[in-house]
Design a protein around this ligand. Structure first.
Ligand SMILES: Nc1nc2c(c(=O)[nH]1)N[C@H]1C(S)=C(S)[C@@H](COP(=O)(O)O)O[C@H]1N2
Ligand SMILES: [Mo]
Length: 510
């Protein structure tokens, strides 16, 4: 038997086996991405595994990922999956030189994971598993080709024909994979079609994109957050692509009349334009998972009243194209805050990552319980009948935004002694901010100057001039809401319903 003929496998076959295993896996992934493109499913093997992983990570790991990688957490996940696949494929390739089935088992295991993952995805359709199955099949065949080429080298490491054969096969597979990977990009879903449909959209324009007078404080971040700088948080490893012509919203459940709306139906309704500050529950004290934009859309109250919610209903469950759900209290959608179905952000059609073509915006609630992007379904229901996506994952069922404040300047750099501008933002959406105070080195609280309040649904900026003495100092900020409640000073982490504590900045003067 070959195994005992050569107990120490020549390293020549070992590294060649590893290369063969890796190339077989990459070829499989490339074929999988082409298949996904042709089938019009987002479920490439990596996306399927990654999405299923995202749905299963514990909240602490999600927070850790956000704090490490910020908005690049999804790239990090893709890279992480690739690294794991490459390592396993290398091991499989080494095993396959001597015993093909030992190596093949790893490939089969990996594709089984991807296929199972695809089956758990809401946006998978009936063909979502196929790219992973084809990827596995391709990898198995190529692995077999490599093990055939490498087998003779076990006993004859210097066999020039086999060595050349390995090189030729490697080159061929690498080229073929690269070509397929490129092709996969070209046929990649309907990304291009959706992008061009988005470009061509003519939407009702807001009367002005300019923020109201006086809302900007010197030194604070721009009061209106440009779309490109707006934080993005969601569970979508592959961003859902929905052309407006294909978009439909069903409003159903505990209602008198079910409603189905197309994008054109939506545009025919009365459109409003409203500045609203969105905040993520995962925002740490002082964090930047918050943004303020001018949203255009239709007031949800009008649509819900047309459907006629039952008196027993207390919630809606909104669902995204990719299966994300949020549970929102019905009263927050029926009161005067003008919760809306938004289709535009700062005068532009929603960017695809921000929910194109339609999302929900509810002033005063964290995004995870309200701001469903790529919205396709609204069920009027009761909280005792369902749980939103994040609730079984350790987050509170209800998520009203907590009063908070942040220091934008000064930042980390060394300051000159003398007058220094301290400025930032404070927010308590749908309640309003009435006072902001700053203190230095734990001394007395000093009142900051508030910029104009655009509305209780937006953040409010503030500034304060500090006569900075030399030395190391600690700046802190706290806000008070319109009802006279001061910001909670004790520290709490984001989970389960939003961080509390004072934003604290260390500065060096001199
Ligand atoms: N479809 C979908 N919508 C979603 C989410 C999601 O994961 N999927 N995340 C929510 C969360 S947690 C937040 S904070 C906001 C963020 O919206 P943004 O990315 O436009 O800033 O979207 C909400 N809507
Ligand atoms: Mo969030």
């Amino acid at each position: 038997m070959k195994q005992q003929a050569d107990p120490k496998a020549p390293s020549g076959t070992r590294w060649r086996g590893a290369v063969g295993g890796i190339l077989a896996a990459l070829a499989g992934l490339a074929v999988g991405s082409v298949a996904a493109g042709i089938l019009g499913t987002p479920q490439t093997p990596v996306v399927a595994i990654g999405s299923a992983f995202i749905d299963r990570v514990p909240p602490w790991l999600k927070d850790l990922a956000i704090s490490w990688f910020g908005t690049h957490d999804k790239t990090a996940l893709r890279v992480g999956i690739l690294i794991v696949v490459v390592i396993l494929a290398a091991v499989g390739g080494i095993l396959a030189v001597r015993r093909y089935w030992a190596g093949a088992l790893i490939t089969i295991g990996l594709s089984a994971v991807a296929i199972a993952a695809a089956f758990t995805r809401a946006d998978s359709g009936q063909t979502g598993f196929l790219p992973s199955a084809l990827a596995g099949g391709t990898a198995l065949i190529i692995l077999r080709m490599f093990s055939r080429r490498l087998e003779p080298l076990i006993d004859h490491p210097d066999d020039a024909v086999s060595r050349r054969g390995f090189l030729q096969l490697s080159g061929g597979v690498a080229l073929g994979s690269a070509a397929f990977a490129l092709l996969g990009k070209v046929v990649g879903g309907n990304r291009a079609a959706v992008a061009s449909a988005r470009k061509q959209l003519q939407l009702p324009q807001p009367p002005s994109l300019t923020p109201p007078a006086g809302v900007q404080a010197d030194g604070a971040v721009p009061w209106a957050t440009p779309n490109d700088d707006f934080y993005r948080i969601d569970t979508a490893l592959s961003v859902p692509q929905i052309a407006p012509a294909d978009w439909k919203l069903r409003i159903h459940g505990m209602v008198d009349r079910e409603l189905t709306l197309s994008f054109d139906d939506l545009l025919k309704r009365q459109v409003i334009h409203k500045w609203v500050t969105l905040t993520c529950v995962s925002n740490e004290v002082g964090g930047d998972l918050i943004g303020n934009a001018l949203w255009s859309g239709v007031v949800l109250k009008d649509l819900l009243e047309e459907a006629g919610p039952s008196k027993d209903a207390d919630a809606i469950q909104s669902t995204s194209k990719d299966g994300f759900t949020a549970g929102t209290p019905l009263p927050t959608l029926l009161d005067d805050r003008q919760a809306m179905l938004a289709f535009a952000m700062n005068g532009q059609p929603l960017p695809v990552e921000h929910g194109f073509p339609v999302r929900i915006v509810v002033p005063g609630l964290y995004g995870y319980v309200s701001a469903t992007k790529w919205l396709v379904d609204i069920e009027v229901t009761r909280f005792d009948q369902f749980q939103g996506y994040w609730t079984p994952r350790g987050w509170s069922e209800l998520g009203p935004i907590k009063l908070s404040s942040r220091i934008d300047v000064p930042g980390g750099k060394k300051l000159d002694p003398g007058p220094v501008t301290v400025a930032g933002v404070a927010w308590d959406q749908h309640v309003g901010v009435s006072k902001v105070e700053v203190r230095v080195d734990g001394g007395p609280w000093q009142q900051a100057t508030l910029a104009t309040d655009a509305s209780i649904d937006t953040w409010r900026q503030w500034h304060w001039t500090w006569d900075a003495p030399r030395g190391n100092h600690v700046l802190q900020v706290r806000a008070t809401d319109d009802k006279g409640n001061a910001q909670v000073e004790s520290s709490a982490p984001p989970a389960p319903n939003g961080a509390t504590g004072l934003h604290t900045v260390n500065v060096k003067v001199g």
